[in-house]
Design a protein around this ligand. Structure first.
Ligand SMILES: Cc1ncc(COP(=O)(O)O)c(C=O)c1O
Length: 501
């Protein structure tokens, strides 16, 4: 029942409502017909019903039915306050296209990010705005930092989300840690290792690049050789989960080698965080960055970072000024550190509410179960894709569960397949980047997108499109293989449970 109907039911008749509110009956009848009570009556309705219908309920309903239009003052008043041009002159700047409110379609997101967002996170994000120094917000920031320490598995005090996408977190690490002339070893095995190299060069660092074939993991032995040849290297950087190829590197071994030669490490965990183990303290990672829109399944635009005390001290000791005001760790710590918070920049408050909720969801699921979920659906998806005859780009032992890259079969128009998946099934998958453009598809099962219904939709949609385009797949086989994989995993888990009991 809408508020107008509830009001009539509360008083027994439209006439009684009209009497209680001292209105003409026709007005009340109009409310019932239009299905809402205009916002200006909200407070009175709450008063006459003694709170049985709250002002907020009336306002919410009225705003939905008839959004509030903010009226400007009359033209004459404006002339007094500002020297404004006439409305004809201003209309010359109006968009030529008629623009309406934007309503995105409901898509299934199975590309390399962004992912679908849990309804709880979306709801939290749409809560009323509050100030970034509001005491309530400041308390929330502390919780957010502690939740981030949990997903990063670290006790690093300086763990917080930088305002900006993963690329900003990446830049934040390099611009603070690389001073002009510093030698940095960059291990590159895909697009994002290349971005790290760009950062070193733009910070004035001297880069030593260890190039790997795309699709191969970063090799600890090659790192050791490079460090022996360049003992003055200050930093080693690499991408833990290279999104462009779906290849996972052994971060623990790489950090171990770097430390053996006295170098600090910068690790890209944009795609790995939340989807597979990232153990900052156990591995001894010095600086790490990620992004909110991958396995954390939050809105894009935040980049969680974490720094060891060694890094904080190194940045504090820098003789030159960090070459970015916005990203200077020494300044930004005044907002995110443990001291009294002061203004640094206007934090994206509603996005931060959302990240808090997204991390809370992981905390409730537990990190181990979250990793296990990504692995389980990877195994099922892989069984289905392979049953379809598709081949993974990288070897089994270094496949990232949440980022599955498969080769496009000979003769198949890969872009057409993606287009049809989007148009016919509302399903987004990723294309190849750089030298792999046109050669691979990337299937992301990250965060809230990592669900059995998505895996099954993806397999049947892909099978149907490929068959329609003349590629010899047997529709149904992929789904059968995925179901088989799920069944085998469930049976195995049940057996394990029995053994423990
Ligand atoms: C491994 C990796 N690093 C960095 C980035 C950059 O993150 P963003 O697009 O949020 O700036 C991405 C984005 O996909 C990534 O996959």
């Amino acid at each position: 029942m809408n508020c107008a109907e509830r009001l009539v039911s509360h008083f027994g008749s439209q006439a009684e409502v009209a009497r209680a509110l001292k209105l003409d009956r026709a007005v009340v009848s109009n409310w019932v017909k239009s299905g809402y009570i205009p916002a200006r009556w909200a407070v009175e309705v709450e008063a006459v019903t003694e709170g049985a219908i709250t002002a907020l309920e009336v306002l919410n309903e009225a705003t939905l039915r008839r959004p509030v239009r903010v009226k400007s003052r009359g033209e004459d008043d404006n002339k007094l306050a500002f020297a404004t041009p006439g409305s004809d002159a201003m209309n010359a700047f109006l968009p030529t296209k008629r623009i309406q409110s934007f309503h995105p379609p409901q898509r299934t997101l199975m590309g390399p990010g962004p992912t679908e967002i849990h309804p709880r996170v979306l709801t939290t994000m749409s809560q009323p705005a509050i100030g970034y120094l509001d005491p309530v917000f400041v308390d929330m920031m502390e919780e957010l930092k502690s939740l981030l320490r949990y997903v990063y598995q670290t006790k690093n005090p300086l763990t917080f989300p930088v305002s900006g996408p993963g690329s900003v977190g990446m830049e934040y690490c390099f611009v603070n840690m690389v001073a002009p002339g510093d030698k940095v070893i960059v291990m590159r095995n895909g697009v994002f290792g290349g971005r790290q190299l760009e950062n070193v060069e733009r910070c004035g660092g001297v880069a030593v690049v260890i190039d790997h074939e795309w699709g191969m993991p970063c090799d600890p032995q090659r790192l050791e050789d490079a460090l022996k040849a360049n003992p003055d290297s200050k930093i080693v950087s690499f991408v833990h989960a290279e999104t462009s190829t779906g290849c996972l590197s052994d971060a623990k071994s790489l950090v171990e080698v770097a430390h053996k030669y006295g170098a600090l490490t910068i690790v890209d965990a944009v795609t790995s965080l939340g989807g597979c183990p990232v153990l900052v303290d156990e591995w001894g990672v010095d600086a790490i960055y990620s992004a909110s829109q991958k396995c954390l399944s939050c809105t894009p635009g935040l980049s969680p970072v974490s720094f060891s005390d060694r890094v904080v001290e190194r940045v504090r000791q820098r003789k030159d000024k960090v070459h970015s005001w916005f990203m200077d760790m020494n300044l930004l710590s005044s907002y995110w550190g443990n001291t009294n918070r002061t203004y640094h920049h206007t934090a994206p408050t509603n996005s931060l509410f959302a990240l808090h909720e997204a991390l809370l969801l992981i905390r409730e699921e537990t990190l181990q179960d979250c990793w296990a979920r990504h692995r389980r659906h990877h195994v099922a998806l892989k069984a289905g894709l392979e049953a379809m005859g598709l081949k993974f780009l990288v070897a089994e032992e270094c496949q990232i569960p949440q980022m599955n890259a498969v080769r496009v079969p000979e003769g198949v128009d890969e872009a057409e397949v993606r287009k049809r998946l989007l148009n016919e099934f509302n399903l987004e998958i990723g294309a190849g980047l750089g030298p792999l453009a046109g050669k691979i598809w990337r299937f992301g099962i990250m965060g809230y997108s990592c669900r059995p219904d998505n895996v099954m939709l993806c397999l049947s949609a892909l099978g149907s499109v490929l068959q329609d385009m003349g590629y010899p797949v047997h529709v149904g086989e992929a789904e059968g293989a995925a179901h088989g994989a799920y069944a085998a995993m469930h049976a195995h888990a049940a057996q394990q449970k029995k053994r423990v009991a």
